[in-house]
Write a protein that binds this ligand. Sequence first.
Ligand SMILES: Nc1ncnc2c1ncn2[C@@H]1O[C@H](COP(=O)(O)OP(=O)(O)OP(=O)(O)O)[C@@H](O)[C@H]1O
Ligand SMILES: [Mg+2]
Length: 280
Amino acid sequence: MNAVNTGLHAAGDMLLDVRNLKVHLRVSDQIVRAVDGADLKVHQSECVGVVGESGSGKSTLVRAVSRLMPNLRIEELSGDVKFEGRDLLSMSDRDLRALRRARGFSMIFQDPLGYLNPTQRVERQIAEALSDNARGQSAGQRVCNLLDEVGFADPRNVARRFPHELSGGMRQRVMIAMALASDPKILFADEPTTALDATVQLQVLETIYRLHKERNMAVAIITHDLGVIAELCDRVYVMKGGQTVESASTIDLFERPQHPYSARLIGLSTHGRHEKSVLS
Ligand SMILES: Nc1ncnc2c1ncn2[C@@H]1O[C@H](COP(=O)(O)OP(=O)(O)OP(=O)(O)O)[C@@H](O)[C@H]1O
Ligand SMILES: [Mg+2]
């Protein structure tokens, strides 16, 4: 890594600590070094951004951390991935499932429809993801509370619908509600708004930011959009060719990018910045 910002956080509040992660895939007869020495640290209540060109390994990084890599032929998976000091890479599937359900981490994706069950009503899908906390309330009530929290004015109505009856922005909110159901300490968001139109993008980002603040929930957001990073994130990781080439506070990255690739990214982004602030 060329530049490492140690930040203001004490070592004790580290939630996720990824060091030298390598994920090499076998694709036909080739080996693709999708992630090849990546680092990522997320502290409690922090919002971290991951940027980098298409194919730089951003999605593979967060999927490997969450161990969500179905149907991939993995040639090598190595490095150090700790969540609150526990080694995630060697954790059994059972322990991992337990961790996901009990205040661990959740993920949302660019394409919620691919992850929602088309044959089940929203209520049932969110109810299945509920943690065991908050006894005393019915599952239905908890689902409505979550739908309310992600900004639906009429949670009962949305709870009864099927995914295809919702717009893209509504589906992403449902996906967020589902992700929140386990009361996660970290939300991984992989390009959560790329598929949405500009106005809806802003609304969904605003929702994620509000939840991050209200719940003291850490967020690791993958995006191509440095405007989003500038608005939301405390720190940024820049990836290139499967590696983390720079990590810095957002201010430092914009004012003093250390890696030539980061400087180039920022140079490009100043032409296409958001006209409207996400937080206004
Ligand atoms: N399922 C897969 N099959 C084949 N190659 C893959 C697969 N998943 C990832 N790769 C390869 O691994 C590398 C990293 O891909 P990844 O999707 O992690 O990049 P990314 O930074 O998320 O890109 P994007 O910004 O386009 O989403 C790329 O070369 C990609 O082609
Ligand atoms: Mg990706």
